[in-house]
Ligand binder design. Structure first.
Ligand code: SAM
Length: 224
């Protein structure tokens, strides 16, 4: 590949990313400037499989290895915005998958801990995040329904797989004032994005609308 080919490929992705910000995020109600900034800076094409690079900025989830998915850009932006991050938080992401969501979060928070139950995906994401310079992200391989007690407490917990109910470990690992963003509902469909906020020891629950995710599998999730 020549230098000019590389430049034009970079230009194509930049152009597609700008279109994604405009058409898929701004027009659908994303307003947080910090979320726009982060979504503009993270190259989603690096987190999809090679044969899907050309679709990297389409507004859809895409398949990654191990029958899992990289979330739709709008969903990533929506969950980040819902977490109300200002830059000084310690965040836990459940479901590292490709590592894309963790990369976006790493630009929105001080420290990101992300956990993936499939070792192969966790290792790929760890290598990629390190290569791309997201050094405030820590990747774990384990059952994320248990949270990450050794790194708790967290200011925000973002769950990128569909739960059947709110796992108690997340509540136990949340700081006062902290938020849990989690889709809850059926195993593959009919999930509602919920935001739980811990205020003076009580959890306030808000319904943020319908979404569809792969299942959250584990001790406090679905069986496998
Ligand atoms: N955040 C990811 C990204 O940006 O690519 C998208 C993740 S994908 C929609 C959901 C991920 O959750 C899958 O990789 C799946 O293996 C993982 N997962 C499901 N149950 C889990 C659990 N109990 N602990 C950790 N990860 C889990």
């Amino acid at each position: 590949m020549t230098n000019s080919d590389q430049h034009s490929e970079t230009d194509i992705y930049e152009h597609a990313r700008e279109r994604m910000l405009r058409e898929h995020l701004r027009e659908r109600g994303i307003t947080d400037p910090r979320v726009f900034h982060a979504m503009r800076r993270v190259p989603r094409e690096e987190f999809v499989t090679p044969d899907n690079k050309r679709y990297a900025y389409n507004d859809c989830a895409l398949p990654i290895d191990c029958q899992q998915t990289i979330s739709q850009p709008y969903t990533v932006a929506f969950m980040c915005q819902a977490a109300q991050l200002t830059g000084n938080e310690k965040v836990l992401e459940i479901g590292c998958g490709s590592g894309y969501g963790a990369a976006v979060l790493s630009l929105l928070a001080r420290e990101v801990h992300t956990i993936e139950r499939i070792p192969e995906l966790a290792e790929q994401a760890r290598v990629k995040l390190n290569r791309l310079g997201y050094h405030n992200v820590h990747v774990y391989t384990d059952d994320g329904t248990l949270g990450v007690p050794q790194a708790a407490p967290f200011d925000a917990i973002i769950v990128t797989a569909g739960a059947k109910e709110l796992p108690q470990p997340y509540v136990d690992q949340l700081n006062e004032g902290g938020r849990i963003i989690i889709p809850i509902g059926g195993e593959y469909t009919g999930q509602t994005m919920c935001r739980f906020t811990l205020r003076q020891g009580h959890l306030d629950e808000e319904n943020l609308g319908g979404f569809a995710f792969v299942p959250l599998i584990g001790e406090f999730g679905w069986d496998r």
